[in-house]
Design a protein around this ligand. Structure first.
Ligand code: BES
Ligand code: MN
Ligand code: ZN
Length: 495
């Protein structure tokens, strides 16, 4: 899909369909007023008929209006003007894209110039591009008959000359995030027999080639040499070989301490010997979405050529119940030297992440953020709207929360209190890998915190946000927007 910014009068914009906003109470936006004037009141007359009131997300397509260059004009409802926000704006863009008639290949947007309190041109254009890409995303389904690609190929965004630079900057950001989200969705949606640890390693190498990242993909032998006994414990239950991926985007100042992103890359989670129930087990192919969000975020910062140092670490393997698999009661020795009694082999995410967190120490990071589909308990606690956020440093937590708000990819701060730590006590090792049902996502975070003592660290539990179930089953690409925005903000601060 091709996007461009243009400064033109709405009535002169040539496209199969132009999209213009109407507030509730049939109140025209400035662009709608201009189209109305050019078309001899065609818009006001339609609104008078009562076919369209301006309710948020409602739409009406008008054909062949005299005096207007575009073949169609879509009126898109914006809701109450006093309540108009970025959130409502995004919802209107989403609804408009979904309502575009099949024959439309070129579309023009005239809604990014509408005033939104606490927003600006750059943000509005970025959101528009991102939402258009999100809405038009198609699963690359493996079917005998390939799906038709979306007919939409060209998008024009109208912006005033004085706003051109801001609009271009916004477009660049929105497209970068959209590309990162699409990659994360693609990887999540692939079947687990294709998206294996080996496959993720190849994807990292390909990204590195495209964007000039440094990359290493370590195999089992090399992981053994590092002493990652906890990670290897999980990997030993599968015939698929594990991989440890190290990606580096080094475009910051020389000597600038990097931010390290750590992704959980379980390409399939059966639960291991503590086998999961069969219902919906297919969805455990999404247990690598933390890893996918690291790769997606690298794509986005690669696209932006962001002036910052970022390291991506991915521990990836399958969690399978092979004859050689770890059993409840087994004790593993992690890379840090701390020993772990495995009471449940289904709590495997923390077992692979803890060694990646220890590995992160060598980069002397300014911050480490791990991203993981870690606990079902997080879905019970927070549902599917926010990701769970934990941190050993309040300032870092607030930075990530703010990035999530700005990116419309929100997280919610949960407690990492000392009181929960005793739930991980073991009589046989330094700690157990589970802490009981109470506060399950908190004790999981507590477990990770023991391996993240040497730096500022945050943990995002994305079990509820990384994919959707039901009719809309598929990866969401979250939290690529949050992570990219966090890095963009850090890069701006370093300037
Ligand atoms: N990958 C799962 C977490 C998960 C479950 C994500 C459901 C999304 C939906 C993780 O490895 C897991 O199995 N966690 C266990 C932990 C328990 C054994 C302490 C869980 O949440 O049940
Ligand atoms: Mn599990
Ligand atoms: Zn898992």
């Amino acid at each position: 899909m091709e996007f461009s910014i243009k400064n033109t009068n709405p009535e002169k914009l040539a496209a199969d369909c132009i999209i213009v906003g109407v507030f509730e109470g049939s109140k025209l936006t400035d662009a709608a007023k201009m189209l109305d004037a050019a078309s001899n009141k065609a818009i006001v007359n339609v609104l008078k008929s009562g076919d369209m009131e301006g309710k948020l997300g409602a739409s009406l397509v008008l054909h062949g209006l005299a005096g207007i260059a575009a073949a169609r004009v879509m009126l898109i409802g914006l809701g109450k003007q006093a309540e108009f926000s970025e959130k409502n704006y995004r919802q209107a863009v989403r609804a408009a894209v979904k309502a575009l008639p099949k024959g439309v290949t070129t579309a023009g947007f005239l809604i990014n110039e509408i005033t939104i309190e606490q927003s600006d041109t750059q943000s509005k254009v970025a959101q528009l591009a991102e939402v258009v890409l999100d809405t038009t995303y198609q699963i690359n389904a493996i079917k005998q008959k390939k799906a038709q690609p979306t007919s939409l190929v060209k998008i024009t965004i109208v912006a005033d000359k004085t706003e051109h630079a801001a609009a271009e900057a916004g477009l660049k950001h929105g497209l970068a995030i959209g590309a990162g989200v699409n990659l994360a969705k693609d990887l999540g949606n692939l079947p687990p027999n294709i998206c294996t640890p080996t496959y993720l390693g190849k994807q990292a190498k390909e990204l590195a080639k495209t964007y000039d990242f440094k990359v290493e993909v370590l195999d089992r032998k090399e992981i053994e040499k590092l002493g990652m006994g906890s990670f290897l414990g999980v990997a030993q239950g599968s015939v698929e070989p594990p991989r440890f991926i190290v990606l580096q985007h080094l475009k910051g100042k020389k000597g600038e301490k990097p931010i390290v992103l750590v992704g959980k890359g379980i390409t399939f989670d059966t639960g291991g010997i503590s086998l999961k129930p069969g219902g919906d087990m297919d969805e455990m192919k999404y247990d690598m979405c933390g890893a996918a969000s690291v790769l997606g975020t690298f794509k986005a910062i690669g696209e932006l050529d962001l002036a910052i140092n970022v390291v991506g670490l991915i521990a990836t393997c399958e969690n399978m119940p092979d004859a050689g698999a770890i059993k409840p009661g087994d004790i593993l020795t992690s890379m840090s030297g701390l020993t772990i009694e495995v009471l449940n082999t289904d709590a495997e995410g923390r077992l692979i992440l803890c060694d990646a967190l220890t590995y992160a120490e060598r980069f002397e990071p300014s911050a480490v953020v791990d991203i993981a589909t870690l606990t079902g308990a997080c879905v019970i606690a927070l549902g599917h709207h926010p990701s769970g956020l934990f941190s050993n440093k309040d300032a870092l937590a607030h930075e990530l929360l703010a990035a999530g708000e700005a990116a419309h990819d929100r997280a919610w701060h949960l407690p990492l209190w000392e009181e929960f730590q005793t739930q991980l006590d073991s009589n046989f090792a330094d700690m157990a890998n589970i802490g009981g049902r109470a506060g399950g996502s908190i004790t999981a975070a507590c477990f990770l915190s023991r391996f993240a003592k040497k730096y500022d660290w945050a943990h995002l539990d994305i079990a509820g946000t990384a994919w959707k179930s039901g009719k809309e089953k598929g990866g969401t690409g979250r939290p690529v927007p949050l992570l990219t925005t966090f890095l963009v903000n850090r890069a701006a601060k370093a300037k």
